[in-house]
Design a protein around this ligand. Structure first.
Ligand SMILES: Nc1ncnc2c1ncn2[C@@H]1O[C@H](COP(=O)(O)OP(=O)(O)OP(=O)(O)O)[C@@H](O)[C@H]1O
Ligand SMILES: [Mg+2]
Length: 334
């Protein structure tokens, strides 16, 4: 099961100065110290897990155990969560601790709670009400002291109406609700987020003013995660310290986001990329453009033989490889 109860990285703090994020930070400070359940709502990539970790950090006790509810399926799901007694079922040769036992004294983070199977919803409700559970195949009830934080991108009210989510559990979880707004509703956070993501890299990168405008113009359906992926991609394709509009265009297209972005960003980015003066269309040619054209020409002449192209250009192979990367020249055919 893809659960790592002990992530090695330190929890990132919540970046952003928009009124909404400031409000979230205040809420976390206020309710972080209590042990009541918190329900975190928000679209995908808005930072629900970041908020859950910050809640845990507000009063760090015990471990923070993420539980991916979507992966709790099949015959072993109850045992994953609550553990089992020796001999509880075929193959249960030893007593096994479940995730709840690991979270005892700390925080259990039920990620995508909307996907928790109904059978387990009943058991979670009992855990919240009575603070006890029974491992599979065991007769004894185990007492626990756990803080429960749950998150979902789904509309739980609708799930309740459809009979997919227990109403009593919903009420129990919904005592304190944190709603993380989508990134498009707090675009003023974009520059600070970019700064945070660029700072993670060992090289020093800066986004050009033009590229920043485009990053702020985009609607980010995948929210902060999409922004982060986009920047990672821009850094990967660029070898210089400046991240340009062109990198953005290729980054988004490579991510297959062109359709989702509609006309806004990709169109603007591609238009900008096309607006870079081509040698034949202007009196003055930028040196980098001349270099690029010279490299493409050399590769065409040598039918893609890079060693020969480097020789013709009077540069070393390594330099050519670096420049191919820099100019994003993949393969040249005639
Ligand atoms: N306010 C923020 N400050 C810093 N990093 C953030 C912030 N919000 C989100 N992130 C980063 O964006 C990425 C997505 O955040 P997170 O995993 O918390 O989102 P999520 O709401 O749980 O998404 P999903 O619904 O897809 O699970 C993470 O890498 C996280 O570190
Ligand atoms: Mg998440």
């Amino acid at each position: 099961m893809p659960i790592n109860p002990f992530p090695a990285y330190a929890p990132p703090s919540i970046v952003g100065q928009s009124p909404q994020i400031q409000q979230i930070r205040r809420m976390i400070e206020r309710v972080g110290k209590s042990r009541s359940p918190v329900l975190i709502l928000g679209e995908t990539g808005t930072g629900k897990e970041v908020a859950a970790r910050a809640l845990h950090q507000a009063e760090p006790r015990g471990s923070f155990i993420p539980i991916d509810c979507g992966s709790l399926v099949g015959p072993l799901m109850e045992s994953e969560l609550f553990g089992h007694a020796k001999g509880a079922f075929t193959g249960a040769s030893e007593t096994k601790k479940g995730l709840i036992e690991l979270a005892n004294g700390g925080t259990a983070f039920f990620d995508e709670i909307g996907d928790l199977p109904l059978e387990l919803q009943v058991k979670l409700l009992r855990l919240l009400q009575e603070r006890e559970y029974r491992p599979v195949g065991s007769l004894a009830w185990h007492k626990v002291d756990i803080r429960v934080i749950a998150a979902t991108h789904r509309n739980l009210v609708q799930q309740v109406e459809r009979g997919l989510f227990r109403q009593d559990l919903f009420y129990r979880l919904n005592v304190i609700a944190l709603r993380l707004p989508p990134l498009r509703e707090r675009k003023e956070d974009i520059p600070a987020l970019i700064e945070r993501f660029l700072a993670k890299s060992s090289s020093r990168y800066t986004v050009t003013a033009e590229a920043l405008d485009l990053l702020k113009a985009y609607d980010w359906p995948g929210n902060v995660r999409e922004l982060q992926n986009c920047l990672d991609r821009m850094m990967a394709v660029n070898s210089g310290p400046l991240l340009h509009t062109q990198d953005l265009a290729s980054s988004l297209i490579n991510f297959g986001l062109a359709q989702r972005a509609g006309k806004t960003l990709v169109a603007a980015a591609t238009q900008n990329a096309a607006a870079i003066p081509h040698p034949s269309s202007r009196g003055v040619v930028r040196l980098v453009e001349m270099e690029r054209v010279a490299i493409v020409d050399a590769l065409k002449q040598t039918r893609g033989d890079r060693g020969m192209a480097a020789y013709l250009l009077g540069i070393g192979r390594t330099t050519l490889y670096r420049k191919l990367k820099e100019y994003q020249i993949d393969a040249v055919s005639d």
